[in-house]
Design a protein around this ligand. Structure first.
Ligand code: ADP
Length: 531
């Protein structure tokens, strides 16, 4: 039956994007076989998906990218573990399949729900022994990895493979399986052993987390012995889940162009740079977008007053409210500096700790930090906050709404990362008119335009950047920012306007994902037709 594309493709779908075949842009009738040929069926696999569950940027991306691709007309579905937190946020849940998986003592159920506010189908892998536990997704209450993480994410991966191979009695087989980070690294390896498998894309969100297990743990998983090989998942006598993705996926993606280059070097490659150099032709850096509906100062429900680039004065109502909430001195003249994030070596939070005495000596500077992670960093920040009451507030923990209020209420946001695959907080900051001070690495280098004479003059500057990894370099950059803030308010305003006007949505990056999926599908078709 002939279909007009307007009836078949959801409204709002940008049909003329790069990578989209030309005839879909025309008003010619498109029949269902042609639609089937062009639209991708994608299974998006992630161990965390906002708003169901989130520990960091992977959760944000796994919520926003599939939603953006669905709006482009793709048949995209998400799969994630049925943690209690995810189940609590799911509505109209129904069981759609039941699987007997190697390594699971009971049947594993696939439950279906929808991504809130969208019609993106979400499958939850319900395996009590693996996922039904209180606490964090990956670590116990002492911050230690769950001892059975290898088994938990092996079960998750096996469930994904069953769905990907259309063995989950759901009559749906994806063209593309898009895996993310080590928790799904086994999927490309297991799929490589299947005939007529879908195309596989693997995204690296952070090469520092590899899913590193022993031979004994490998043996306990009853996996094919061939996976214990250097050209598969074995790495110097260890078993790395991430290597399953790096070795076996058809295409590798990482979340910014600069990080894609960096991870091929010894300094950033976490021991895997030779493999990434070997697969360099298959590796692409695509910058993360942000969910512009969730992170929008004009509509954000967490703020005391919404504001936009045209009503910047309203941002200061949020600053006053934040100062009050955090027990800081309430004054528009104080400069409120902030940081939100996982307290880890990667984020360079120790550098922030090192400059606290200097910052606190400066007149009119306030600092707020929201984060959790490394217990010794948590203790050190708490100690510092006791020393500087009303000037420094530290909130140890995870608080999504407070994160929004901090982005809105601060003047300056610090991200002195040792490495940063993409980073989202600097983009949220810019959108909220909060000027980032960042170390120019990975995605930070790709998203923040450093303020210097020429970028300030031509209005392209959106933040302050430094390259040397030291507390001194961070302090110098903060001092530069403070100088502009205090001495050149008009220039600061221009910075805020430029930062808020940058486009960090999914338009461009979404099109690049479509192109890449198209390449993988075309290659598979060509290979099949040669056989
Ligand atoms: P990463 O993924 O490396 O942790 P990103 O900058 O890419 O860093 O993303 C971090 C995400 O997690 C952001 O949405 C940030 O606001 C959020 N986040 C991190 N720590 C906290 C916290 N303690 N409370 C609330 N949100 C947090």
């Amino acid at each position: 039956m002939g279909l007009r594309h307007r009836t078949a493709i959801p409204a709002g779908c940008a049909l003329s994007w790069p990578g989209r075949p030309r005839y879909l842009v025309s008003s010619e009738p498109v029949n269902s076989r042609q639609m089937e040929y062009w639209l991708n069926r994608i299974l998006f696999c992630s161990s965390e998906v906002h708003p169901f569950c989130k520990t960091g940027g992977l959760g944000d991306l796994s919520g926003s990218l599939p939603t953006a691709l669905k709006q482009l007309g793709e048949d995209i579905r998400i799969i994630l573990p049925a943690y209690p937190s995810a189940l609590a946020k799911s509505v109209n849940v129904r069981q759609v399949s039941s699987l007997k998986l190697t390594g699971a003592s009971q049947q594993v159920h696939l439950l279906e729900t929808k991504m809130p506010g969208t019609d993106v189908p979400v499958y939850l892998v319900d395996c009590r022994e693996a996922f039904d536990r209180a606490g964090d997704l990956y670590v116990d209450e002492h911050g230690q990895d769950w001892p059975d993480n290898a088994r938990r994410f092996c079960l998750f991966s096996r469930a994904i493979v069953e769905l990907a191979m259309n063995r989950a009695t759901m009559r749906w087989k994806p063209h593309i399986v898009h895996c993310n980070d080590w928790q799904t690294g086994l999927v490309p390896a297991l799929l490589s052993r299947e005939r007529a498998r879908p195309g596989v894309v693997f995204s690296i969100h952070n090469l520092g987390y590899q899913g590193d297990f022993s031979w004994d743990q490998f043996e306990e998983l009853s996996l094919p012995q061939q996976l214990w090989a250097f050209d598969s998942m074995e790495h110097y006598d260890r078993f790395l889940f991430i290597k399953g993705g790096l070795s076996h996926a058809d295409r590798l993606i990482t979340v910014s162009p600069t990080y894609a280059e960096e991870i091929k070097t010894e300094a950033y490659g976490c021991g895997l740079h030779p493999l990434l150099q070997y697969r360099a032709e298959r590796l692409t850096g695509i910058l993360n977008g942000i969910d512009e509906r969730l992170w929008d100062p004009r509509t954000d429900p967490a703020l005391v007053r919404n504001y936009s680039v045209d009503e910047l004065a309203d941002k200061y109502a949020n600053k006053r409210a934040l100062q009050k909430e955090l027990g800081l001195v309430r004054s528009a003249r104080k400069v409120l500096i902030s940081h939100i994030g996982r307290l880890t070596d990667q984020k360079g939070t120790d550098l922030i700790l090192d400059i606290i005495p200097d910052l606190m000596k400066m007149d009119g500077v306030q600092l707020v930090l929201l984060g959790s992670g490394d217990r010794s960093l948590e203790r050190a920040f708490r100690k510092a906050s006791r020393k500087y009451p009303r000037k420094l507030t530290v909130r140890v923990g995870y608080d999504e709404e407070l994160a929004h209020r901090i982005e809105a209420g601060s003047d300056i946001f610090l991200m002195p990362s040792r490495y940063e695959p993409c980073g989202l907080n600097q983009m949220y900051s810019m959108r909220y008119g909060t000027i980032p001070v960042v170390r120019l690495t990975g995605g930070l280098a790709d998203t923040v335009v450093n303020a210097d004479e020429s970028t300030l003059a031509d209005g392209s500057a959106t933040g302050f950047g430094f390259t040397e990894l030291s507390a001194r370099a961070l302090l110098e950059s903060v001092t530069d920012a403070l100088q502009v803030y205090r001495q050149f308010p008009e220039l600061w305003r221009t910075l805020m306007v430029s930062a808020m006007s940058r486009d960090f949505g999914w338009r461009q990056s979404g099109a690049r994902y479509l192109e890449l999926y198209g390449t993988v599908r075309r290659r598979k078709r060509t290979r099949r037709s040669r056989v």
